[in-house]
Write a protein of this length. Structure first.
Lengths: 113, 245
């Protein structure tokens, strides 16, 4: 997840990382990781990232930071529950993967190169 | 191939969602999507969030998700779709192509694929759901997802930075972070091919497929490897892991 400030809203963090910040900790599916301090509506990305074990890489010359994904149990997937995925179509219209709940879905990755 | 399969399985409660991974976004994907005229959702992923969220490391790859939103097969190699306007058909045309493309084609032909077996498994799952032997348990799904340690997670962060810097026009700064991503996630073909494709050689639609040093200025190539060198080094037959039921 890319950020232009290390202080962002809880909502932006949740949307960008797929981790929900709850009183019991940062949760994804049935997996919850306790946080060192309770979080409010604005969060310190560096601290929360450290709690969840997400690396934060800075590109200060361009005012950019990137938060790497979590590596719970040393695997790409922390849980078999599919994360929410929102991506645009060719016209820029956002599509939510969760809108297909109730169907079997094959998500197919390709590239024009 | 995919269109026909999607049409066959759609009435049984199945949907195909295709995702084009490209920093160039709509501009990079448009010609291919318009040629395919998909009836299914066809999305664009400029930052390769499919790598972060699902562990996609090469293309083509697939993830199977059931009606409850549970992944039943994590990211794994999938048979390629037909490329009406892509590399595959161009290569079969008797045109004058630089030698490099003939060599790339020879390597690509060695990439392992078992479309018949894969499609039979897909039909079985669509028909039988959780009872299909191809639908994995939640624990197997997590265990079979890609290994990820702190170094790899850091590599993904470098890739995200590189993508944004490229989009913002800071190409040299982008290269620095692409190189770090390649070093930290050496198994990711998409991280490498994406970066290589952003240094096109020649003109026209094949320029992004060159993915290596420009023979006119080989010293300007900023990456440790290139498509032909890397696939020869690892062996094209190892490009994707064998499909396991």
């Amino acid at each position: 997840m890319l950020v232009r400030s290390t202080s962002i809203s809880k909502q932006a963090f949740e949307a960008g990382t797929g981790w929900q910040l709850k009183p019991e900790g940062a949760c994804r599916g049935e997996v919850c990781i306790p946080l060192s301090q309770p979080v409010g509506e604005t969060i310190d990305v560096a601290r929360v990232a450290k709690d969840i074990g997400m690396p934060l890489v800075a590109e200060p010359a361009h005012g950019l930071w990137a938060l790497g994904p979590a590596s719970v149990n040393s695997r790409a997937l922390a849980s078999a529950q599919a994360p929410e995925l929102t991506l645009p179509d060719l016209d820029g219209k956002p599509f939510r993967l969760s809108s297909l709940l109730g169907k079997k879905v094959l998500l197919f990755a390709w590239a024009p190169y | 191939m995919w269109q026909a399969l999607r049409a066959e399985l759609h009435p049984k409660g199945f949907e195909l969602v295709t995702v084009g991974l490209d920093t160039l976004g709509e501009a990079g994907c448009r010609a291919f999507i318009e040629a395919a005229k998909p009836g299914h959702p066809s999305l664009i992923d400029r930052y390769h969030v499919l790598a972060d969220l699902f562990g996609v490391i090469n293309i083509p790859s697939s993830v199977w998700i059931d009606e409850q939103g549970m992944i039943v097969r994590p990211a794994e190699a999938a048979p390629a779709p037909p490329q009406p306007d892509g590399l595959g058909s161009r290569f079969s045309m008797p045109t004058e192509l630089p030698q490099r493309f003939h060599e790339i084609r020879a390597e690509a032909m060695k990439i392992r694929k078992d479309a018949a077996g894969y499609h039979a498994a897909l039909r079985d799952w669509v028909e039988h759901g959780a009872k299909s032997r191809f639908a994995l348990s939640p624990q197997e799904v997590v265990d079979r997802s890609r290994p990820r340690d702190d170094a790899r997670a850091r590599g993904h962060a470098h890739f995200a930075l590189a993508s944004q810097l490229e989009i913002d026009g800071h190409h040299d700064a982008a290269v620095k972070h692409f190189r770090e991503a390649h070093r930290l996630v050496p198994e990711s073909w998409t991280f490498r091919r994406q970066a290589w494709s952003l240094k096109p050689v020649g003109d026209g639609p094949l320029a992004r497929f060159w993915q290596g040093p420009d023979p006119a200025a080989p010293g300007d190539w900023p990456y440790a490897g290139d498509w032909l060198a890397d696939i020869r080094e690892s062996g094209a037959e190892n490009y994707s892991e064998p499909w396991r039921p």
